[in-house]
Design a protein. Structure first.
Length: 271
């Protein structure tokens, strides 16, 4: 499907959508009118060659970067250029291409900072409702331990986050995002730099999140992973949306082949 085939109805029913997103850096256009929608309850891959603008788009969608033009909607709400904390309150969380753990905190403490609107953030509650604060802290701690158990980090709960391996830091970021109970999760290259066994595990965790109703948009270069777990694929090239559809369909799209998939298809055809 070309970008022009995306209907108004699809955008209206999307969990997340953007239209005409533009971003330049000192005159260099990084994103040039990107438009797409992310279906609710599905796993959508955002793929494209290096320099296509994928991470910039994710930064804009998550509120960590302002666009120069265009609009973004979460459901039917226009959240264009909202602050990242406002977007997070709408239920959109993200991970980073280069993990951003709180290195001086323990693995467990990294998760405990994630839940929204904690009672302990209020001085009034600390002094006048200490029981409520302690009960909430206990519940959050138990939930964090359960999440760490799920993602294979329980044994490392008291380690400083900076001591983790690259793959463990990827898992920590996903775990921390899960603690915030996301409705929409943006994953920026969750498989990058990790070994094949961990790639398989992360793929399984992402499928589990989908089964729990989380909508996922993931930037990913590993097309085997994309083909295996993603319901929908968006191709970016030169900062614009080139095509959307399933990867099997996009392999037949000549524009996509020229922009991105040619070497992969040629290699697979040679085998």
């Amino acid at each position: 499907m070309s970008v022009n085939d995306v209907t108004t109805n699809e955008v209206a029913n999307a969990a997340l959508s953007c239209e005409g997103i533009v971003k330049s850096f000192q005159g260099v256009v990084a994103v040039n009118g990107a438009s797409f929608s992310v279906p609710e309850g599905q796993i959508t891959a955002l793929i494209g060659p290096n320099g296509a603008g994928k991470t910039t788009v994710v930064n804009i969608l998550s509120g960590s970067m302002k666009s120069d033009g265009g609009t973004e909607h979460i459901g039917s709400t226009d959240v264009s250029n909202w602050e990242s904390y406002q977007i997070a309150r709408m239920g959109l969380m993200r991970t980073f291409q280069l993990s951003r753990e709180l290195g001086g905190l323990t693995v467990l403490e990294n998760l405990l900072v994630a839940p929204k609107t904690q009672s302990g953030e209020s001085l009034f509650n600390i002094f006048f409702r200490p029981g409520k604060t302690k009960r909430e802290e206990h519940a959050n701690t138990q939930r964090a331990l359960d999440v760490l158990q799920t993602y294979g980090l329980y044994a490392l709960r008291d380690n400083r986050a900076r001591e983790l391996s690259g793959g463990q830091k990827k898992l920590l970021e996903i775990s921390r995002a899960v603690m915030a109970e996301p409705k929409i999760l943006l994953l920026d290259e969750p498989m990058a730099g990790v070994n094949p066994a961990l790639i398989e595990k992360i793929g399984g965790y992402i499928l589990d999140l989908k089964a729990k109703g989380v909508t996922i948009l993931m930037v990913e270069h590993n097309l085997n992973v994309v083909e295996k777990i993603c319901d929908h694929v968006i191709v970016l090239a030169e900062g614009r949306t080139l095509a959307t559809g399933r990867l099997s369909e996009l392999r037949e799209n000549k524009e996509v082949v020229r922009a991105y998939l040619g070497e992969v298809i040629d290699a697979s055809s040679a085998r």
